[in-house]
Ligand binder design. Structure first.
Ligand SMILES: Nc1ncnc2c1ncn2[C@@H]1O[C@H](COP(=O)(O)OP(=O)(O)O)[C@@H](O)[C@H]1O
Ligand SMILES: N[C@@H](CCOP(=O)(O)O)C(=O)O
Length: 307
């Protein structure tokens, strides 16, 4: 194979209580990487679109380039690749840096004989994420690679696909201001009260159960985070009101998506989803924040080759 195009979906890190451990892929938004083999070693990025001119073309500064190089190194390739990147993840907190890293890693693996599995590629792509986010976590890389909801252990680098709840509807409110993951990780507490730990552990394990049983209602009601949300809420103008708005409009649960600034809510009722989206948008407006609302579901496939 000389050239390939790969899509990798956006994702919601943490899914509320599962800090750095649980993540879910979102349908209908993500990054596309086209990769071409070339005889010279290394990685070059020749075109980036959809990023409003914000991202670096230097391979060592772009998660697509860092991740592609990590896979080339792992495969001990003498050849290199040239990449084009189309960004399709709106806003921050939706695994944007991870989607590029996943798409590039998956593409390079396909170009060089598909020797690695998705699980093998996860820690390689995560090298890129850790360089831009000041933390090693797999809760965006995992779902973007595998689709659905994933569980991971960042210490052992194990990632497991937990499945997908077809009926769960995810409403995402994306404010027009960015919040960098590295800034949002800085405010996290070094120590947490035992009861917050127990609460998060209870809800996070229920999320895993709910996904296994495809129980959208239990899944939504388990979006309860007592660890990161309170520390990060002040960084997201309007967060408390957006969450209140979503819950009053009937959302089963609502929390910060990844490190923010996006906020997500869950419902199992398509009619209610529109109402929840409008309530979230209105609450942001009350704080003079313009937001974009996306109503979506869990992505099924994760990284895949496209035409
Ligand atoms: N391909 C890429 N896509 C998105 N961000 C990238 C990419 N390559 C490097 N970056 C950098 O990574 C950081 C991404 O910010 P982050 O808060 O992690 O976003 P997100 O939460 O959406 O992944 C920014 O500093 C950005 O310049
Ligand atoms: N577990 C991480 C997830 C970061 O997600 P992102 O989409 O904001 O990069 C965290 O909460 O810091």
């Amino acid at each position: 194979m000389k050239s390939v195009r790969v899509f990798a979906p956006a994702s919601v890190g943490n899914i509320g209580p599962g800090f750095d451990v649980l993540g879910m892929a979102l349908a209908g938004m993500g990054d596309t990487v086209a990769a071409v083999r070339r005889p010279e070693p290394g990685v070059s990025i020749t075109e980036i679109t959809g990023d409003r001119g914000r991202l670096s073309y230097k391979a060592e500064e772009n998660t697509a380039g860092i991740s592609a190089q990590a896979v080339l190194d792992h495969l001990v390739c003498r050849e290199g690749v040239s990449l084009t990147l189309h960004k399709g993840v709106p806003g921050t907190g939706l695994g944007s840096s991870a989607a590029s890293a996943v798409a590039a890693a998956y593409a390079v693996n396909l170009l060089f004989g598909e020797k690695l599995s998705k699980a093998d590629l996860v820690p390689l792509a995560a090298v890129a994420e850790s360089q831009v986010s000041r933390g090693f976590f797999l809760d965006n890389i995992g779902p973007s690679m595998m689709g659905g909801v994933t569980w991971n252990n960042p210490f052992t680098k194990e990632v497991v696909s937990l499945g997908r709840i077809e009926k769960a509807i995810i409403v995402v409110a994306i404010p027009d201001f960015p919040l960098l993951t590295k800034e949002s990780r800085r405010v996290l507490p070094g120590m947490i009260p035992m009861e917050h730990f127990i609460s998060n552990m209870a809800y996070a394990s229920m999320i895993a159960w709910a996904v296994a049983k495809k129980d959208a209602a239990r899944f939504g009601r388990s979006i309860q985070d007592r660890v990161a949300e309170a520390a990060r809420a002040p960084l997201i103008k309007g967060f408390e009101d957006v969450k209140k708005g979503a819950l009053s409009a009937g959302a089963l649960g609502c929390s910060i998506s990844g490190a923010g600034a996006s906020i997500f809510a869950v419902t199992d009722d398509p009619k209610r989803a529109e109402k929840i989206g409008r309530a979230m948008e209105k609450a942001f407006q009350g704080h003079q924040v313009v937001s974009e609302i996306r109503i979506t579901r869990m992505d099924r496939l994760g990284a895949r080759m496209i035409k």
